[in-house]
Structures are given as structure tokens and as C-alpha cells.
Design a protein. Sequence first.
Length: 232
Amino acid sequence: MDAAYAEKYPEIVVAYLRAVIEADQLLAAEPEKYSELIEKVTGIEAEVNYLFHGPLGLQTRDLTWKPEYRQGTRTAIETLKTLKRTDRDLDIEKFITDKYVREAFNASGKDYDAALKNYAPLSLTAKDAVTGQPITDFNRLAQIWVKDEPLVRHYASPEAAFKALAQLESEGKAIRAVYAQARDTGLKLLAGQAWFVQDDKGQLNAFLLKGQAEAFAKQHGGQVRDFATASR
């Protein structure tokens, strides 16, 4: 929809945004269930949806116009001018409006200004699948999604998850995905593609790149392992 349509039918724009907000709330409450639904509708694997949009995922489902997004749009326009693809100037403050999304937030009982300041990923409240104790430190969180299980299993550490993984595999259980949080960035990773640093106590820390793992090992000690080595 364009600006003219939005000005003519603001109630439709706001209703659409309210539906998006409601959908986000449903996904936040039951990420596995709605990741499965997204797979059925779009063909994008549920494991990938959970990686990106589940708790502590790679992306937030943020509807607010962060200052960085405004600056990015401004930079894009300036770049087009530099490339001589356009000679028009745009007033970003007039070109970008958040009045519709503000109204949708207000109608949904949500605080737009608080959301505007929030950069955190979707939070996770979980108990360790082994001990049953609440997980409070997510620096070394690891997760296993077992095929035909409706919920992802959570573990306070990669080594606990890998021990459970070996047991599950010995029982003939099929594994949909194993996740680990990157120690340096906090990003959720597919553990099978990650690198790990194992210290002399056997504790594992996950990293996206081998170079990141090597740098951490050089600074803190430990051995760099790939997934196959670390999980056995």
C-alpha cells in the first residue's frame, strides 16, 4: 500500500498492523507451534523459523522505526544520488511516519516508546531439561529439538546438551536441530555448523566462526573443536 492509500484508509493500515502485533504475540507465546505453521504455509523449515524468530533468535519482529532504520533510509537515498540514480531530495521526517504503527500499538495496549528503546531479542523462560532448574545464564545455552516432540528441550550448557544428544541418538531418536548461543555475540547458532572451545574442565563455548573460536582459545585457553568432535 502507498501513502495515498494509507491517508484514505488509515483504519485498514492500523488493523493490518494490529494483526501483525497479535501474530507476533502468538509466536512469542508458542514459538514451536507457530514455527510449524509457518513451515506448512511457506515451506520454510520450522527449525529455521525457530532459529530466527524463536526465543533469543537471530531477528526480532520489531515494528518500531528505530533511529538506525531512519538513518539507513537516509543513507540509501544519498547513495542513489551519488550514483546518479536520482536527483531528488527527500525529507526523511516527512517521508517516514510511524503514526499508524503508534496507533496500532496504542490500540493493542502496547507502549510504542518503550518498544522503540528495546533492542533485546525475544526472551526465554526455561528450565534445564536435565536438572529441572531454571536457566538464568544464557551465555552457554544449548537446545535440542527432537523430531515429533512439540517443544524444544533447553540445556544450561553445550556439554549437557551433547550428553543428552548422545543418549537420544542411542535411543534411535531423530533430531530436528541442535542450537547453541555464541559466547561472544550471543547469537543463536545451528550447533552443527558452529565451532567450540573446550577448556580444561570440559566446558564448551560456541562460536560462529573458527577464527572467533581460535581468538577466544588464545586469550582464555582451551582447545578448538568442531561440532563432531565437541559433541562426542
